[in-house]
Write a protein that binds this ligand. Structure first.
Ligand code: SF4
Length: 328
């Protein structure tokens, strides 16, 4: 008999339509993990409140994101998709976990320090300081044993492990200590050359983009600044277009690399090639998305089913927590 499959909790904040950075950094990983793990996929709408109190687009953004998840290959029959705010146990467990960790420990969280600096946050809220605790509740509510993350999220998984240890030591073993599983290709640079593709930086390519839009955006993408004329030798290692070739055109990338270096390949042609490769890779996603957009009732039914299944799993864990804590 094969051993039981480990459980994974992974999620994203509902930011609306997703870009190819999400595809490469998380979604492809999630799709391959569903073959070997039991996955729960969380729409982290409460987490979105840490950086913006405007909730007017949260629902619509959640639905758009679910459409992209399914279009990219997430199978909602195998993996429940659900909104955090629909499962009340997240907030209950968050409250209990908040008693198991000190304020000083949360203040030492390096990811938080980066956010405070990058977002220029002057008055950190209680909720924002404590968001790794809510994240621990998200993971442990489903007794997740594996958490697929980028490097910047590893400290949060460590906090989750500490909280699980503390709870188990205090009340008896209820929770696993989940392991961080680093994503294979964690980051795709933005079209403007910034290290990270992000909606706020306006340097993205949506996974639902039609071919014309991909071509138009790629035309404006930054390249090696020292390659000014077509026949100038280039440096693919500093060019984001070459990074995209390695990902979306792996078979052609070695030829692009040598032709760029020798000056035989100009940036206009190189960008045309990568536009076609990206368009081709995204074609099945676009097609599935077009179907789902015209069948929103199916998407909403899928979400309702995921929330029912997630709710059952969460209620079961909270039952164990109450029993362990003798809460009656
Ligand atoms: S030829 Fe291609 S890889 Fe070389 S600098 Fe131009 S866009 Fe970048």
């Amino acid at each position: 008999m094969s051993p039981p499959r480990k459980r994974i909790l992974s999620g994203m904040r509902p930011t609306g339509r997703l870009h190819i950075g999400h595809l490469v950094g998380a979604l492809e990983n999630w799709v391959s993990l569903q073959e070997t793990y039991d996955n729960f996929h969380l729409i982290a709408d409460y987490h979105a409140l840490t950086t913006s109190l405007d909730t007017s687009a949260l629902y619509e953004n959640s639905v758009e994101m679910v459409i992209d998840w399914i279009a990219a290959g997430i199978d909602p029959v195998r993996s429940p998709l659900f909104r955090q705010s629909r499962i009340k146990e997240h907030t209950e467990l968050n409250l209990i976990f908040g008693m198991l960790i000190t304020k000083a420990r949360l203040e030492r969280n390096p990811t938080l320090k980066d956010q405070v600096r990058d977002l220029e946050i002057e008055n950190l809220t209680f909720g924002h300081l404590g968001y790794p605790v809510l994240q621990a509740a998200d993971i442990l509510l489903y007794r997740g044993e594996v958490v697929p993350v980028g490097e910047d999220q590893v400290p949060h998984v460590e906090i989750t492990r500490e909280i699980a240890r503390k709870f188990n030591a205090e009340y008896g073993k209820v929770f696993p200590e989940p392991e961080a599983k680093l994503t294979r290709f964690a980051r795709l640079p933005g079209l403007n050359g910034e290290m990270k593709m992000s909606k706020s930086a306006g340097n993205t390519l949506l996974i639902s983009s039609p071919p014309e839009e991909i071509a138009a955006k790629m035309k404006r993408a930054v390249t090696d600044p020292l390659k000014v004329r077509k026949n100038d030798p280039g440096r693919p290692e500093v060019c984001l277009v070459y990074t995209y070739h390695k990902k979306f055109n792996p078979g052609g990338a070695p030829e692009v690399e040598s032709a760029c270096r020798s000056g035989a390949l100009g940036c206009v042609e190189c960008k045309g090639r990568i536009s076609e490769a990206i368009s081709g890779a995204l074609a099945p996603v676009r097609e599935k998305r077009a179907y789902l957009e015209t069948h929103r009732d199916e998407v909403l039914d899928t979400l309702a089913d995921g929330e029912r299944r997630a709710g059952e799993a969460a209620a079961e864990t909270m039952g164990r927590v109450r029993e362990a804590m003798k809460l009656g």
